[in-house]
Design a protein around this ligand. Structure first.
Ligand code: SAM
Length: 244
């Protein structure tokens, strides 16, 4: 007899929900990998706190579809996910875009190790994980202005996040940030600082993949100039006095 737990979603229903929400089509193999990622993360989460969302339907909406809403362009080939935590948005994006290269960064080594093992078990060859602080990578020539795009969800207020992410993006590249209802206030408070860091045009698009379960926008900031050498500052300074 088949037993379906109330808070779990059966694989075919899972595939149907994801496939019907996305504007691009994913292969059966990609949908299966997304499902296996969800199952692995929930299993690891019993020992290491990687997510508070364990209900499958909420996981699909708030983690997978929220991550997959990122409007990556063909120019975004090398992408860094800053503060990836349990692998969001980096892992779902790496599954959906196997031709693009992803570097997932988090300051907590324990989380990075756990996500690295999950990614290896899934056979994801286009992901590299790094345990580091983003502001340290922003000073490191191997990472500074080396990415076509940076993406980051649920890490810090937009002003702080801009100083962590924009130094990693090349001129002409894009910084994608997921934000909630107060996004406009966050942008307004940070706008001059964003310009100082080399940020140019800002576009905001609502994540329409979420079925009224949450409100998120993705803020896209196109970098139109180099980041001055004095940025990023150390985290204490960034937090105490965000650029504005
Ligand atoms: N992005 C994931 C998500 O959306 O579920 C995780 C969000 S979690 C609330 C924030 C993560 O950002 C934590 O895992 C934390 O270790 C990481 N983090 C915070 N500041 C950071 C920094 N300066 N550099 C790298 N990681 C950072």
């Amino acid at each position: 007899m088949k037993i379906i737990e109330e808070n779990s979603v059966e694989i075919n229903a899972f595939k149907k929900r994801i496939a019907s929400a996305l504007p691009v089509s994913l292969s059966e193999g990609q949908l299966e990998k997304l499902y296996r990622f969800m199952e692995s993360l929930k299993a690891v989460n019993e020992h290491i706190n990687l997510t508070r969302i364990t209900d499958d339907n909420a996981f699909v909406e708030k983690h997978l579809l929220d991550s997959l809403a990122c409007p990556l362009t063909p120019a975004d080939q090398r992408i860094i996910d800053v503060g990836t935590g349990g692998g969001f948005p980096g892992i779902p994006l790496a599954i959906a875009y196997p031709q693009k290269q992803f570097v997932l960064v988090d300051a907590t080594a324990k989380k990075v190790k756990a996500v690295e093992k999950i990614a290896a078990d899934l056979g994801l060859a286009n992901i590299e994980l790094t345990a580091a602080r983003a502001e340290a990578l922003g000073k490191n020539p191997a990472y500074r202005e080396r990415f076509d795009a940076a993406c980051s969800r649920a890490v810090a207020a937009y002003g702080i996040l801009s100083e962590l992410c924009l130094p990693l993006v090349r001129t002409g590249g894009t910084f994608y940030a997921w934000k909630g209802e107060k996004y406009r206030e966050e942008i307004d408070a940070a706008i001059d600082g964003v310009e100082t860091l080399g940020g140019g045009e800002i576009r905001v698009s609502q994540n329409l993949l979420l079925k009224n379960t949450a409100f998120h926008v993705i803020i896209q900031c196109i970098k139109n100039g180099r980041t001055p050498a004095q940025y990023p500052r150390n985290y204490g300074q960034i937090k105490k006095k965000p650029l504005c």
